[in-house]
Design a protein around this ligand. Structure first.
Ligand code: URA
Length: 441
């Protein structure tokens, strides 16, 4: 069969064989299948989908397009977490040191900001000196020494995904469940993990805005993990308002460090403790999710998680003195406030709008090669349900971009609504997905 015929077969809705998928993916990595044929294939998958068998085979081919890291020399069950992305989603920063402090090794290969969502790499790189571009050899050394490591996707990790992802980004083929599932799982399976916890976001600021689509994505991810022999548990969590108060790279590092020092930011800590509890449980350092959660709380209380974070920063060439004293950090040229238009309660905070505002301020990018401004971002002063008085500050924002100030102010005013009645509190964690199916949390 020619590449043309394989594309036509998918276009007409039939399932491809392992051999046909190999011809396409292998040919693409080798440069024999051009971008225009791969784009047509991706669009055909977008409309026709893939069977579970095709999705597993697609993942396997992307995984084996590069190296699979062997961490068998590191003792313990290695567990990572992956989030499908949100606004203010800094959870990896407090989570990895908490779980490592509980004795479970955490190898983490993370991404940069994507669309309106932030990325762990950009946040870490806002710490002066911090390097995420370690070689795989150094990645192995750091996890063996510290029990955790956080780096970016290297050229050895799932190169087929790296090439295909860039193409999906410019051909409107990102929001497709089998393509997302294969992309995420090929990278995660390449890291050397034994088990995986997934945070699948749902709502306004998530890539999947309905719970039904988020559930389908979680099921696809869990089923791939299980097929590859990795215990995988997913949580479906709400992403309507941003997580925590801080949005923007350095702002989020500071909030994470404060949480590790005992500041209670309720949604950030709830998610850290639940996802961490699941990781500690899958890592065999607790007999149940609840016991894992208790161990995570303890690691924050006794300071061992914060200590691990400072050691990680130092080991990956960052300067921990900025974490200890954030007032040393260079401030943005402009800091402005946004105030409440009326008395009442915060009714909603639109995370999608604030994610885009972050880009306007310089905290995110519109092109892959764009630099981010580390100090740019938003600090909310209120969360949904909080009472406010007319004129009281609801948010402040910072940027070096003079031209962005008015637009950012308008966007934040639009994103934060005030209502006369207090809105009903919403559950943050909606359901759990494992190999036995979906159940309410
Ligand atoms: N994150 C990924 O790594 N891949 C996708 O396709 C979407 C989000």
């Amino acid at each position: 069969m020619t590449i043309n015929e394989i594309i036509r077969k998918k276009r007409d809705g039939a399932a491809l064989t392992a051999d046909e998928l190999q011809r396409l993916i292998g040919g693409y990595v080798q440069g024999e299948v051009p971008d225009y044929q791969m784009s047509a294939f991706l669009m055909a998958v977008y409309f026709r989908g893939m069977t579970p068998e095709e999705t597993v085979e697609f993942t396997r081919l992307m995984l084996h397009s590069g190296d699979v890291v062997d961490l068998s020399a590191v003792p313990g069950v290695k567990v990572d977490k992956h989030s499908t992305g949100g606004v203010g989603d800094k959870i990896s920063l407090p989570l990895a040191p908490v779980v490592a402090a509980c004795g479970v090794p955490v190898p983490m290969i993370s991404g940069r900001g994507l669309g309106h969502t932030g990325g762990t790499l950009d946040k870490l790189e806002s710490i002066p000196g911090f390097r995420t571009d370690l070689s795989i050899e150094e990645y192995k050394r750091v996890i063996a020494e510290l029990g955790l490591v956080l780096i970016g996707q290297t050229k050895e990790i799932a190169p087929a995904d790296k090439k295909m992802y860039a193409l999906r980004d410019v051909t409107s083929t990102v929001e497709c469940i089998p393509l997302i599932a294969g992309s995420i799982m090929s990278k995660k399976l390449a890291e050397g993990i034994d088990a995986l916890v997934l945070d699948v976001k749902t709502g306004r600021g998530a890539f999947m805005s309905t719970e039904e689509r988020s559930r389908a994505l979680a099921e696809a991810l869990v089923s791939i993990g299980t097929r590859f022999g990795k215990e995988t548990v997913g949580f479906i969590t709400r992403m309507d308002e941003p997580l925590g108060y801080a949005i923007g790279n350095w702002n989020e590092v500071v909030e994470s460090a404060e949480c590790l020092q005992g500041r209670d930011v309720p949604d950030v800590m709830e998610l850290t403790v639940v996802l961490g509890g699941a990781m500690v449980w899958l890592g065999r350092k607790a007999g149940s999710l609840e016991e894992g959660m208790e161990r995570c709380r303890q690691a924050v209380k006794d300071g061992s998680a914060y200590d691990r974070f400072l050691r990680l920063v130092r080991r990956q060439y960052g300067d921990p003195s900025y974490i200890v004293d954030p007032s040393k950090y260079r401030r943005s040229r402009h800091t402005e406030t946004v105030s409440a238009p009326a008395d009442g309660y915060i009714g909603s905070i639109d995370s999608l709008e604030l994610g885009f505002t972050g880009i306007v301020l310089g905290a995110g990018r519109t092109r892959v090669d764009e630099a981010v401004e580390p100090a740019a971002g938003i600090l909310l002063r209120k969360k949904c349900g909080d009472p406010v008085r007319k004129g009281e500050t609801v948010a402040e924002f910072s940027t070096d971009r003079t031209a962005a100030v008015d637009e950012a102010k308008r966007r934040i005013e639009r994103a934060v609504t005030v209502t006369p009645a207090r809105p009903e509190p919403q559950k943050l964690i909606l359901s759990v997905v494992d190999k036995n199916g979906v159940r309410p949390y």
